[in-house]
Design a protein around this ligand. Structure first.
Ligand code: ADP
Ligand code: MG
Length: 252
């Protein structure tokens, strides 16, 4: 049976329809449906193991899926390598662990992709890198190595590194959960600024203050399904599903 192609209207930058994924026999994602409009800010929350990371990793093809369809920026996600490359160019991703190259300076970490993938001249790549290091408020760290920076600074470098590739969409997978409490705010502040500038963002996070401040929609996942979604006020004050209520009672 062939499912109808998703009918993306012009504003939808991500369209996921009936996405199903298995790890072997384990049905990890079950009929995920999600549309994200340009400039929308989505927060995804839910218990550990519910499929949050797997969902966002499917969006830039770090994971394969077996059923359903996924369109990013008008490009259908299929096995064609060209399509995967096109989508990776448009989508930046920030992980829990910063994944910086330890033997390269901060500036070299930021210019690597633009120089080698995007074929930008070095001077231009460095100018862009400095612009984004200023935006995340650590231009003075440019010549240091990742190991010389705090966790919060390293995560801000990771965000700047993604921005250097000029993405249309930013995915965040629990970007503050490996950080000491005093460093969480400096990373969230950068994410709030990015949201206010109109970046399309999908953030897996349990930082509910952040969700209330910037999210247009909060999505709650459990056992591989989207169980509930709503705008933040309704989501937090008036959750409908029993599993959402239980989850919120545990984290709030
Ligand atoms: P979350 O991000 O919500 O904590 P994940 O998407 O990481 O959840 O994982 C969802 C489920 O899939 C978990 O039960 C996890 O153990 C399982 N899983 C994740 N990655 C793999 C893998 N590579 N192989 C098999 N199972 C996996
Ligand atoms: Mg996860």
């Amino acid at each position: 049976m062939s499912a109808a192609k998703p009918t993306a209207d012009a504003e939808d930058v991500i369209v996921i329809e009936n996405l199903n994924k298995w790890y072997g026999n384990f049905h990890v994602l079950r009929d995920i449906n999600l549309r994200v409009k340009k400039g929308e800010r989505i927060v995804i929350c839910g218990p550990s193991g519910s499929g949050k990371s797997t969902t966002i990793r499917c969006i830039n093809r770090l994971e394969e899926f077996q059923e359903g369809s996924l369109v990013v920026d008008g490009v259908e996600m299929i096995d064609d390598v060209k399509n995967i490359e096109t989508i990776r160019k448009d989508v930046g991703m920030v992980f829990q662990h910063f994944n910086l190259f330890p033997h390269l300076t901060i500036l070299e970490n930021l210019t690597l992709g633009p120089i080698w993938v995007q074929k930008k001249p070095k001077a231009e790549a460095e100018a862009t890198a400095m612009k984004y290091l200023e935006r995340v408020k650590i231009p003075d760290q440019a010549d240091k190595y990742p190991g010389q920076l705090s966790g919060g600074q390293q995560q801000r470098v990771a965000i700047a590194r993604s921005l250097c590739m000029n993405p249309n969409i930013m995915l965040f997978d629990e970007p503050t959960s490996a950080l000491d409490p005093e460093m969480i705010k400096e990373v969230l502040d950068v994410m709030v600024e990015l949201a206010e500038e109109g970046m399309t963002m999908l953030c897996v996070t349990h930082e509910m203050g952040f969700a209330k401040k910037v999210a247009d929609r909060v999505i709650f996942m459990d056992a591989g399904q989207i169980v509930e979604e709503n705008e933040p006020n309704e989501f937090f004050n008036n959750p409908q599903n029993e599993r959402t209520k239980l989850f919120l009672s545990q984290i709030l």
